[in-house]
Design a protein around this ligand. Sequence first.
Ligand code: AMP
Length: 353
Amino acid sequence: MRVKTPSHRISAASRRSVRKVLDFIRRHDNFLVSGHVRSDGDALGSQLAFHHLLKKLGKKSHVVCDRGVLPDYAFLPGCESVGGDPSDLHPPYQAVFTFDSGAWSRLERIAAALDRKALKVVNVDHHASNERFGDLNWIDPSFSSTGEMVWELVKAAGVKPDRAITLNIYTAVVTDTGRFAFSNTTPETFLNAAELAGHGARPSELTKLLYRQRTVDQLRFLAAVIGRIERTENGRVAWVTVPRDLERTLGMTAGDTQEYIDLLMQLKETELAMLFREMDDPPRIKVSWRTTPGIDGIALARKHGGGGHPRASGASITGTMEEVTKRVVEEAVNLLRSGRRLSAKEEAAIARM
Ligand code: AMP
């Protein structure tokens, strides 16, 4: 028996934003499309799907995000033309679209190379902590991924979605919801996934492309990371450090850090997990937080100029691995010790911010 699919819901404010964004596109011709540095599946999938949408609308579009395409996403349609360095920019652009980026500075060297004041910026994002840095801001944390916001644009623009669009958006949804497992997964997520599958996205193909292309060295790297897990005595706080030395010793760079921090959340006792990754250009420690309900990851990240979602947040901190780890673990332990918890109402309010 087939179940009747519930109708798709999107807020009146987002409906208005979709109209404004499409109107903006109609009035311009030459776009730069970007996302946060080391774009993850959601940021890159959104940029590429939007790029294909612009092409279908007869517009000029150029995708450049700092550090370009991570090897894990090299299969995404369109990624061969993505720039990863400020020297790849070909100004003048009439307007810049940013996806999945909570702050203009998250574009890192691309933001630094552009004259923000001379450009119109459209900011499309699902992060509650977004700084609304655009001339036009469409921020809606009720979407589980930014890719689904692009999907709304595709549908409203009336273009026929092709494989290049659906595969990119489906990747955004799957990666940002942890394969439909994180707390951001809603009935709407499944409806969007169903629509994408109806337009040609194939879940088994994507599973193969995203999660079944490992080299044995990558698995060995994962084993080394597992060997470095640290915890407080009661196990409520768990963390792992990935220093550059480890990458040098094992002769490879760390892959998608999401996977490493997920390992910590698999431990029964974990309430707050952190990943510390040493970056060298510029030197700093990239910290990722993952929390269980009631613990505000945004507050922990904001102390260090970062942001994200209550359940998943991040920041870049200057200092040595030792200093940063000590300080940030202490903050996490103190937060749990204080017993400060977000109520369900506060959680919902943060998500709507
Ligand atoms: P990550 O730690 O990279 O897995 O990121 C977790 C979440 O926090 C994602 O939604 C990121 O976009 C966000 N995030 C990570 N780093 C930063 C930062 N420096 N500033 C603001 N948001 C961030």
